[in-house]
Design a protein around this ligand. Structure first.
Ligand code: ZN
Length: 259
């Protein structure tokens, strides 16, 4: 069985002393590829450094919406430069976040558009973070979709059926993280059961929000199997089938070589 963890933050302090072990455990658990995601210019550089260090790690570079108001001069140019690197397979994470409200929404929107434009220009998919901002994200994606189908993913999806349908209609993929396994999230599981198989992805968002049975502990890419198993259960298929489908989808979307 092969799995791809399409969203982790391996550069975070949580992994500073044992990232080699974390990557090795993922490999042992069948996680053939990990995408590590930048949230600032500096962490995007770190993401690329990890992608150059481990042959099964690739980077995604961008400025996460909560950091949009802390951008220094030259930071965006850094993202554009890093984006061209062959070990960088996507742009983001970008999007909108009204939960933390760290950056004014118009600044978040400006950076969201910049990431969408860059993604289209260089032909690498984008990764969307959306928290308490579903309607705004869909509206902004709809504007971008006027130029053609969208090549991107809603990461750690926790929206409703309507949001999922709107994103799917525009060509997006939907990625599920550990929250899918949380006891209270019946409606999210019901939504997950309806997503077309060819648009499904799985991720950990490590080190955050570990899936059951590791909830509350540090999360790591090896745990993506728990989310995949939950997805298989709610869809009434075998884990092996979900692993195959989500791995094929990740390879196609991010143009990953077959590991
Ligand atoms: Zn993330």
């Amino acid at each position: 069985m092969q799995l791809v963890d399409t969203h982790a933050h391996l550069d975070e302090d949580a992994f500073s002393t044992d990232v080699e072990d974390v990557v090795a455990r993922a490999r042992d658990a069948g996680v053939v590829t990990i995408l590590t995601i930048g949230i600032t210019a500096e962490t995007s550089r770190s993401a690329l450094a990890l992608a150059e260090r481990f042959d099964n790690v690739y980077a995604v570079v961008g400025i996460q919406p909560n950091y949009a108001s802390q951008v220094q001069s030259g930071d965006w140019e850094t993202i554009v430069e890093l984006a061209a690197h062959p070990r960088v397979v996507g742009i983001g994470e970008t999007g909108l976040d009204r939960y933390w409200d760290y950056a004014p929404i118009d600044v978040q929107q400006e950076y969201f558009d910049r990431h969408l434009d860059l993604s289209r220009q260089i032909g690498k998919p984008f990764v969307v973070h959306c928290r308490d901002a579903e309607a705004d994200v869909v509206a902004q994606l709809r504007r971008a979709a006027k130029q053609g189908p969208l090549n991107g993913v809603m990461h750690s999806f926790c929206g409703d059926d309507e949001t999922a349908a709107a994103c799917l209609e525009m060509g997006m993929h939907i990625s599920f993280a550990g929250m899918l396994t949380f006891k209270k999230n019946d409606s999210l599981r019901a939504t997950a059961a309806t997503i077309p198989a060819d648009r499904l992805l799985v991720e950990t968002d490590a080190p955050y929000l570990a899936p059951v049975p590791n909830r509350g502990k540090r999360n790591e890419p090896a745990n993506v199997v728990h989310t995949a198993r939950c997805l298989a259960e709610v869809r009434g298929v075998e884990l092996a089938e979900i692993a195959q489908v989500t791995t094929d989808n990740a390879r196609r979307l991010f143009r990953l070589p077959v590991a």
